[in-house]
Design a protein around this ligand. Structure first.
Ligand code: CA
Ligand code: CA
Ligand code: CA
Ligand code: ZN
Length: 517
């Protein structure tokens, strides 16, 4: 039965916090909410690009395509890319800037002189592939694209894309350019930035790599291989830097917080692809923007981005907290969305905690005191331990399902699903570091199937989610998945999941599905 409760009703767009403490209104920069001014700025800018004249250094064959409007510090910034004779002009982009009311102030053009090139290639795309492949590391991923390369003197060029990996295994896209008129190699550049960040949580005293993007004059904290993953101060645009080295490795520094947040989101993304066959956070190849610097001891998900405050141990961006917030994005974008009462809300919170644990174990950082060692605790790396999946009761949360769960606050109502996940992954006996052993609600003794397999079972359950999800429905969805999915060769995962549901007192609706493998 679907229960709708007046108290604690959640919707897909509800703010979901990390702990039960209410988050403050994050506030908004007034310039960002001046929608009328932004619309007026777009009108002004669109008029200018329709008749660009000398302001934009454009000839009659040039056309402009609007990309975005950003607002800040009293101005609107309307950006465009340019084509010439139908060919993309790399370096031909313009930004038209207006005041808050939309009156033209100035324009930035990437060109210093009008384009004057022959637009018919002399050398073929096949020749460009040969040249690129002998000059640049990696495999050619697609047919070369004819462009006008205008970062310097404009030339007609073939852009060839190659994929390789850094020595730390990070995928790297390289664009190679060959002159389409002379056949000569011009240059190449990496699209992927293995930005180097000075970390606070993930190897204190050392550096980590995360995705950044090169742009005019430097770099921006935007991951080119994980669309929509960026990091900014609350209400701001993604951080930029002239160098691709970021942060100062102190716990209160917000750029350092973004280093750790970008890193965590990247590990979650990779874990999803590697362990549970999910394409991006939203299942469709996309992530969500991250914001740091909220002035409360909490973190939250608002339906389209995640915002992080602070904790006793530093900014609140360790692996499990970042993955928890983005886990709400997974819950929201799996079937049925995130609508429902406290029981569904508890499952939503547990989903965040489960993805937090999966992210820590996937990363497998060493136990040396400087790293975020894998565990089934939530928030411990920021000295902000709020939940214990092996033993929810240790933090005052229910370890066992009961009929009072539908009226239990959502962060506490995560207890039984967290406990189920722990038992499915690890069983009841204590293991190595991070695996403390776990009591059951029915005094059973269980053997786990490993966190990667527990993750597959739970992701499979999420893929069968329906709105207003209940623990009983999770049991059905998880066991149907484990019994049916070819990722499991035997019924071992089904058996472990089923025994763990029994061990945390989740009732069966009718009868469990049968596993025959
Ligand atoms: Ca997909
Ligand atoms: Ca940890
Ligand atoms: Ca943890
Ligand atoms: Zn949450």
């Amino acid at each position: 039965m679907r229960r709708l409760l007046a108290v604690g009703l959640t919707t897909g767009l509800a703010v979901a916090t990390l702990s039960g403490v209410a988050a403050a209104d994050p506030g908004a920069d007034p310039a960002h909410t001046d929608a009328a001014g932004a619309a007026s700025a777009i009108q002004t800018a669109d008029r200018l690009v329709a008749d660009p004249g000398t302001e934009l250094i454009a000839g009659p064959a040039d056309r402009f395509h609007r990309l975005d409007v950003d607002s800040g510090m009293g101005l609107h910034f309307v950006s465009y890319e340019r084509s010439h004779d139908g060919l993309p002009v790399l370096g031909g982009d313009v930004v038209i800037v207006t005041d808050q009311a939309g009156a033209f102030q100035y324009a930035q053009s990437g060109l210093s002189e009008p384009i004057d090139v022959v637009t018919e290639p002399t050398f073929t795309a096949a020749a460009a592939i040969d040249t690129a492949a002998t000059t640049v590391d990696g495999d050619v991923t697609s047919a070369p694209r004819l462009v006008i390369l205008a970062w310097d003197e404009p030339v007609l060029a073939w852009q060839t894309t190659l994929l390789s990996a850094t020595d730390t295994g990070m995928p790297t896209l390289t664009y190679a350019y060959t002159d389409a008129t002379t056949g000569e190699f011009i240059q190449s550049h990496d699209q992927t930035r293995a930005g180097t960040g000075n970390t606070w949580y993930n190897g204190r005293g050392g550096t980590i790599e995360f995705g950044t993007t090169a742009q005019s004059g430097g770099y921006v904290m935007r991951d080119p291989n994980r669309p929509n993953l960026s990091c900014a101060r609350q209400g701001g645009s993604p951080y930029t830097n002239t160098q691709d080295t970021w942060g100062n490795a102190t716990g209160d520094d917000l750029v350092t917080a973004c280093v750790d947040a970008m890193y965590a989101a990247g590990v979650l993304w990779d874990m999803l692809a590697d362990w549970v066959d999910r394409d991006g956070i939203n299942g469709n190849g996309s992530a969500y923007p991250l914001y740091v610097g909220l002035n409360v001891q909490n973190a939250y998900w608002n339906g389209s981005s995640a915002t992080f405050g602070y904790a006793p141990g530093g900014q609140l961006v360790p692996l499990d907290v970042v993955a928890h917030e983005l886990g709400h994005g997974i819950f929201q974008t799996t079937p049925g969305g995130s609508g429902g009462g406290n029981e569904t809300g508890g499952l939503n919170e547990g989903t965040g905690d489960i993805f937090g644990a999966l992210t820590e174990w996937y990363d497998g950082q060493p136990d040396d005191g400087n790293h975020d060692t894998p565990d089934y605790l939530v928030g411990e790396r920021a000295d902000f331990l709020i939940r214990d999946m092996a033993n929810p009761a240790a933090k005052g949360h229910p370890s066992c399902w009961s009929s009072s769960i539908p009226t239990t606050p959502v962060h506490a109502a995560a207890g039984p699903i967290n406990h189920w996940f722990y038992l499915t992954a690890e069983g009841t006996a204590a293991g190595g570091p991070g695996v403390p052993g776990s009591p059951t609600c029915n005094n059973s003794t269980l053997t786990g199937v490993g966190i990667d397999n527990a993750g597959k079972v739970y992701m499979g359950a999420l893929m069968g989610k329906t709105s207003g999800w209940t623990y009983t429905q999770v049991r059905s969805a998880a066991l149907n998945f484990a019994a049916s999915s070819p990722v499991f060769a035997t019924c071992a995962e089904y058996d472990a999941a089923k025994a763990s549901f029994d061990a945390v007192s989740v009732p069966v609706s009718g009868s469990d599905p049968v596993c025959n493998k």
